[in-house]
Design a protein. Structure first.
Lengths: 442, 380
């Protein structure tokens, strides 16, 4: 059973609003199901946001649900269920937690597993996956889920971006990547139209594409207010405030949320209100998804005078003007090009700095802009995509940028069995000490 | 040395022939996976050599550079590379098959510093837009090879390579055919050595080696022997005899594989098409059954299962399989997510399945021995 925990304190009012939003978001798919509206299992950053909203299909975010189970420390029974079906514990635990849920529901002939956090997930009418660069579970998980949801059709569209290649300018190949991604999106629309009663409202889609552009802009503008010293918000809160960007993109509510956040951070900056009582160290969360069951570790950092004014994680957006998008009349091309330009945004800088890679260029940009003293990475054992290459980033950072204290924490996103709070805190203490030494030398 | 003895030599000193050829001024390209089009590498004037690790050697260097959550095969091969086993490489091609490759490409290129490297962005889908996209990806691959060599890759040259590799595939299929008899004319251990040796050689030498082995084993007398379980292994890259030895020492006969160095590579030919890139793209995207390629018939789940695993049904029938060992490396998402479906499909054919998850290392194999023995005893 879930372990009863006190809610984590947040620094911003905006972050405090998020749990209710997440719950409402989760309940929305259950409500949609009740009302006979189509529900789609979906995964974030698959670029279907505007399409789903324009076609009035309710997304059921399976990753988010696993995160909720983890935050409530109630994921283990679902992981165990998946393991009993021979899904290895070393697979993505977002996926295996979700699969455990589906297996259990199938065993109960469609009933929700007992005491499912927040009422559970609605049975989907369709599953939307994506073949792309981000991670394998985006196309393997839908396939695996279908084993337990055999009457639910699945669609996997192709949405790739050019890999970084020092010997090849990505702009040489961008066009065929965009063309392919547009076909993938068009395929998704055809699939949804075939399997639901919904039809694409192209005018609405255009409006939503514009809304997403504006949401990306206000999101970045709000987050860049965290450059202030002291910083008004840190990564602990950002792991909440990412919710509208990741799970509610294409809704007015998401836009309004970041507008409110912008106003709140501005007010805090005017009053010089910081996250930590005594801001001594400014840290960058360099890579890695957090342990959702241990977000209070950010407060442990804060208590030591360390704040995270910036993070790489869940910052899947950039100011639209920085992406230099050409004029486009096709909203699907706009979606495709926006994402592809985002993923390749740091390529040119990496190509121009010998020995560098785009991920490190992004870190260097943040280190400079946010006046960073140290970098923290988190390595989750069950997720290869965000957590392989962290050692390399740390090595290249040292080589092309210079000495900066780095801490690599280890754990998982959902599986609590590998987490040791005392050990984690000892490592944080040692890191803070190392930063103190580094700072005094400077 | 000829035939099996020669294969044994190439297997034991993996890459030795490539090293010799490098000494003669040839250029060598390392590559991973059955999904990398070797025809293109050869047409560019490189000798393609499939990368492998060493299951007998512990990882001692790689962990300082590559996370331990990466596929153990990839880590072990990287460890071998760091230890200088592949110092003869002029380049490396890493295909986009799984996260363990796509997320470590930079680690490989940064640490190996080979003159040429390429990440081949293979899509995970087989529909028409994906095929068209894949052709563009292959055209880019060709362009980068032409830039590094300064030599244009002609269509004629590609066609010649397609024909050469088709001969190689045909020869290997003939050898596989000699495993259909009961008992098979070639053991699983011997076959594994031939498969490993074949992927380390230029195509003509590889074909020649396979032909020698065919000639040699055909001369063997067919002995009735005691009937024992005919096993097929379903796995990714099993490039060492250790696991097969356990099976065969326990009384089983490893008569077929569905692995990425075995039947996946050799079971179908590349069609010679007017534009050679069309046949190559079609082959690597649609004809090779691979868990990193998503297949959907657009009809029922059962149809999808047939599309994904139907070839296994055929192999089970053709090679009279009594049991399947499904062997998955830890941290392998593409194979790992398929385990329940694969097991369900094979068991629905009336064939028992033993599912094993392990490292790419002999250090952990001992614990599997008892399970394999019990499985073989069960199927009799």
């Amino acid at each position: 059973m879930a372990e009863e925990r006190k809610p984590r304190k947040t620094a911003t009012e905006a972050a405090a609003k998020v749990p209710k939003m997440v719950k409402a978001n989760m309940m929305a798919n259950l409500k949609a199901k009740e009302e006979g509206k189509p529900v789609a299992y979906s995964f974030i950053v698959n670029a279907y946001d505007e399409i789903l909203r324009a076609m009035d299909v309710a997304p059921a975010w399976v990753e988010s649900y696993s995160g909720v189970c983890a935050a409530k420390r109630d994921a283990d029974r679902f992981l165990g269920k998946a393991e009993s079906e021979n899904f290895s514990r070393s697979l993505c635990t977002y996926a295996t937690c979700g699969l455990g849920f589906d297996i259990w529901r199938k065993e109960l002939n469609g009933e929700m597993p007992p005491d499912a956090p927040w009422g559970g997930l609605a049975k989907p009418d369709i599953i939307l996956g994506s073949g792309q660069m981000l991670c394998d579970p985006r196309y393997k998980w839908p396939q695996a889920a279908q084993h337990y949801l055999q009457d639910v059709p699945a669609y996997v569209g192709g949405f790739y971006w050019p890999p970084f290649d020092r010997n090849l300018d990505h702009k040489e190949v961008e066009e065929y990547y965009v063309k392919y991604a547009v076909k993938g999106l068009r395929g998704a629309i055809a699939f949804i139209e075939k399997h639901t009663q919904k039809r694409m409202d192209w005018d609405k889609l255009e409006e939503l594409v514009d809304l997403v552009d504006r949401t990306w802009n206000i999101f970045i503008e709000a987050y860049e207010l965290r450059k202030a010293i002291p910083s008004p918000m840190d990564t602990g809160d950002a792991m909440n405030t990412m919710v509208p960007l990741a799970f509610m993109l294409g809704t007015q509510e998401a836009y309004e949320f970041y507008k409110d956040l912008y106003d709140e951070l501005k007010r805090k900056n005017e009053k010089k209100e910081g996250v930590a009582a005594n801001e001594e160290y400014r840290l960058l969360w360099g890579a890695g998804l957090p342990s959702w069951f241990a977000l209070s570790d950010f407060q442990y950092f804060n208590a030591k005078g360390a704040v995270f004014p910036v993070e790489r994680t869940y910052r899947e957006a950039e100011l639209i003007s920085r992406l230099e998008l050409p004029k486009m009349s096709d909203p699907l091309e706009h979606i495709a090009r926006r994402w592809i330009r985002y993923w390749t945004h740091w390529y040119d800088r990496a190509r121009h700095r010998p020995g560098s890679i785009p991920e490190v260029e992004r870190l260097i940009e943040y280190i400079g802009d946010y006046k960073i003293d140290g970098v923290v990475f988190h390595q989750a054992f069950s997720c290869r995509t965000w957590h392989s290459g962290i050692i390399l980033q740390a090595q290249i950072l040292k080589k092309v940028y210079g000495e900066i204290p780095v801490l690599i924490l280890e754990g998982d996103i959902v599986d609590i069995s590998t987490y040791n709070e005392a050990d984690t805190h000892h490592r944080i203490d040692a890191f803070i000490e190392a930063m103190g030494t580094a700072k005094s030398k400077r | 040395m000829r035939g099996l003895a020669l294969a044994d030599g190439y297997y034991r000193d993996y890459g030795c022939r490539a090293k010799e050829l490098k000494g003669e001024g040839k250029r060598i390209m390392g590559y991973f996976s059955a999904l990398t089009p070797v025809e293109i590498i050869s047409a560019a004037g490189f000798i393609p050599v499939r990368m492998k690790g060493n299951v007998n050697e512990p990882i001692t260097k790689a962990d300082a550079y590559m996370e331990t959550i990466v596929c153990p095969f990839v880590r072990n091969a990287f460890d071998s590379a760091l230890k200088g086993r592949f110092d003869f490489l002029d380049g490396i091609v890493i295909p986009h098959t799984c996260d363990s490759f796509s997320r470590t490409y930079d680690i490989w290129t940064y640490n190996l510093q080979v003159p040429y490297s390429h990440f081949l962005n293979i899509p995970h889908l087989t529909d028409d837009p994906s095929l068209e996209f894949f052709k563009e990806v292959l055209a880019t691959f060709i362009k980068t090879l032409e830039r590094v060599t300064g030599i244009k890759i002609s269509e004629k040259c590609l066609v010649d390579e397609v024909k050469t590799y088709n001969k190689n595939r045909e020869a290997m299929r003939q050898l596989y055919g000699l495993r259909r008899s009961d008992p098979p004319l070639i053991s699983g251990v011997e076959m594994t050595k031939v498969l490993a040796a074949a992927m380390s050689l230029p195509s003509d030498e590889s074909t020649d080696l396979i032909s020698q082995v065919i000639e040699e084993v055909k001369r063997r007398e067919k002995t009735p022997g005691e009937k024992s379980a005919r096993i097929m292994i379903v796995a990714d890259q099993i490039d060492d005899i250790a696991l097969v030895e356990i099976i065969e020492k326990a009384g089983g006969q490893m008569v077929m594989d569905e692995t990425s160095i075995g039947s996946k590579v050799y079971w179908s030919d590349v069609e010679v098409t007017q534009k050679p890139i069309d046949g190559i793209a079609e082959h690597y995207l649609r004809k090779i059954e691979f868990p990193t390629i998503y297949r959907d018939t657009g009809t029922t789940y059962q149809d999808n299962l047939e599309a994904r695993f139907g070839h296994i049904r055929q192999l089970v029938k053709d090679f009279k399989i009594n049991g399947v060992i499904l062997f998955i490396y830890r941290y392998c998402d593409p194979y790992g997510f398929e385990v329940p479906a694969t097991k369900y499909y094979v068991e629905s054919l009336g064939i028992p399945v033993l599912y094993l998850e392990d490292e790419y290392s002999t250090s952990t194999l001992a614990r599997l021995k008892t399970r394999i023995e019990a499985f073989l005893e069960m199927i009799g």
